[in-house]
Write a protein that binds this ligand. Structure first.
Ligand code: AMP
Ligand code: MG
Length: 486
């Protein structure tokens, strides 16, 4: 694939503690299943230039069979709290081939997930199955289209080799593209295995790569921590506003860039319920929808612990600074959440009672098990109370309050409508649609269902299409369960 412009600052600027050479193991029969042309263009890659006889195929490159000349494949080390317990992990099945510099000068990690074992694989085979990789492709691209910061997916290639899980599955490699793969768990790894000099090296690298404006600040490490915290407050608010449940918010799955990372058991909530959990391994509901802001703050506290010596040589003062920053998280989150909610309700400027106004709507939705996305969608189209299913005195009273609230703002009905359309997706990746797409692709090799779904999800704020097959929640109820897919 022509257009590679790879650099390797992670490997070059950080000590060996942070990475380990890792060569993808060639696969038998690479076959391209999904390829993201717009993303390839953004990255400056030209897929056509590669599809010439005698040269490697695109699939071969993206399976790791023939790496671009300038690649320098490594696996990154990291630790993490998994469901509250500290462990040393590292990339057990993802190999970073380099940092692609785009034509506009941006830097993105390009990683092959499922490309074979690394130093950190422990007992794992370093491989991935097709279903989970397509799932990551679909959901991460949907998140991107929703305007939520996220790692992205360039391609999925099947390997022509089986992977052995509970059953025999088709092997696949996902090409993941990320601002970086520096995690809260990377800082924890540095603190646990390299002490202060390693955490300083990683903090300096993170500052330069993601927060260059802060490099010159008087207390750069405190500023870095505050900036990471601010991005997380914004990110988690964005998740909550569309009903996204990450499902496995371990500290190794939280990126310091502020992107959503690690699409395993994630799914979107249908009926509004803060207790919504999809992941089969989250028996304690630690990562339920309603817990996500609290868990983010908990993870940030683990990040602060790892960075403490950088904040201040005096341990007490360092703790004070970390605590002061952490204590601001709930308010910061709430501000982002309320800003977003106002948009969803068609409100422009804040008023003191906004939290109560939305709180009462959510309470009604919870009581009625109303679909989260479609309630806001009906509100956007002005059909919420007209909908026969919603004939309900509480809702009518609530809608009067909203009307009264809107009458105090100067914007026209047209402006209100535009604002709401921008904040309320008409479609999200519905669980049954995702499952149908995966089933067709994995059992019949039919990618047309997935491609149609991807097409629909690419413009989630388009309210001018009528797509009941994509906007209705699954009928029949029953709890949707997701699996990690490792
Ligand atoms: P995840 O649940 O994807 O966040 O992965 C948790 C850890 O397990 C990470 O260190 C992964 O690299 C590792 N891992 C997951 N699946 C495999 C596999 N098939 N082979 C080796 N390591 C794996
Ligand atoms: Mg992970």
């Amino acid at each position: 694939m022509a257009g590679w412009h790879l650099e390797h600052t992670y490997a070059e600027r950080l000590p060996e503690l942070f990475h380990s050479p890792a060569t993808p193991v060639a696969v038998r029969e690479p076959h391209l299943i999904a390829f993201n042309r717009p993303l390839a263009a953004t990255l400056g890659l030209d897929p056509q230039a590669l599809e010439r006889p005698g040269l490697e195929t695109l699939a071969g490159v993206l399976a790791g069979n023939a790496l671009p000349e300038a690649s320098r494949p490594i696996a990154q080390a990291y630790a993490g709290h998994q469901f509250g317990h500290f462990t040393s992990l590292g990339d057990g099945r993802a190999i970073l081939i380099g940092e692609q510099i785009t034509p506009s000068g941006e830097r993105f990690d390009v990683q092959l997930k499922g490309a074979g074992p690394t130093r950190f694989s422990r007992r794992g085979d370093g491989r991935a199955a097709l279903g989970p990789m397509l799932r990551e492709y679909i959901i991460s691209e949907a998140m991107h289209a929703l305007g939520i910061p996220t790692t992205r997916s360039l391609a999925v290639v099947t390997t022509g080799e089986p992977v052995y899980r509970e059953t025999v599955l088709q092997g696949a490699v996902l090409t993941r593209v990320a601002a970086s793969h520096i995690r809260v768990g990377t800082m924890q790894w540095a603190a646990a295995h390299g002490g202060e000099s390693a955490t300083r090296a990683l903090a300096d690298y993170t500052l330069q790569r993601h927060y260059p404006d802060l490099v010159e600040s008087p207390a750069p490490y405190v500023a870095l921590f505050e900036a990471i915290l601010a991005r997380q407050a914004s990110l988690i608010a964005r998740w909550q506003l569309v009903g996204f449940v990450h499902g496995v918010m371990n500290t190794d799955n939280m990126a310091l860039s502020g992107e959503t990372i690690d699409y395993g058991p994630c799914a979107f909530m249908d009926a509004y319920d803060p207790a919504t959990v999809f992941s089969s391994i989250d028996a304690g509901a630690r990562y339920a929808y309603g817990n996500q802001p609290t868990i983010a703050q908990w993870n940030l506290a683990r990040l602060a612990e790892a960075m403490l010596p950088l904040f201040d040589p005096d341990a007490d003062r360092a703790v004070e600074q970390a605590t002061a920053a952490l204590d601001r998280f709930p308010d910061l989150f709430q501000r982002h959440w309320l800003d977003g909610i106002r948009g969803k309700l068609g409100l422009f400027a804040p008023e003191p009672d906004d939290a109560a106004l939305v709180g009462d709507l959510l309470a009604w939705m919870h009581r009625r098990s109303a679909d989260f996305t479609n309630t806001f969608r009906s509100l956007t189209s002005g059909r919420l109370v007209e909908d026969a299913a919603n004939r309900d005195a509480d809702l009518e009273t609530w809608q009067f309050r909203l009307k009264a609230r809107r009458s105090r703002q100067s914007q026209s009905a047209g402006e209100v409508s535009v604002l709401m359309q921008q904040h309320n997706p008409a479609v999200i990746p519905r669980n049954h649609n995702v499952e149908n797409a995966l089933l067709a692709a994995t059992s019949r090799g039919d990618v047309s269902v997935m491609n149609r779904l991807l097409e629909v999800l690419a413009t989630p704020y388009d309210h001018h299409r009528d797509l009941p097959a994509f906007s209705a929640p699954a009928s029949g109820g029953g709890r949707y369960r997701t699996f990690c897919g490792t």
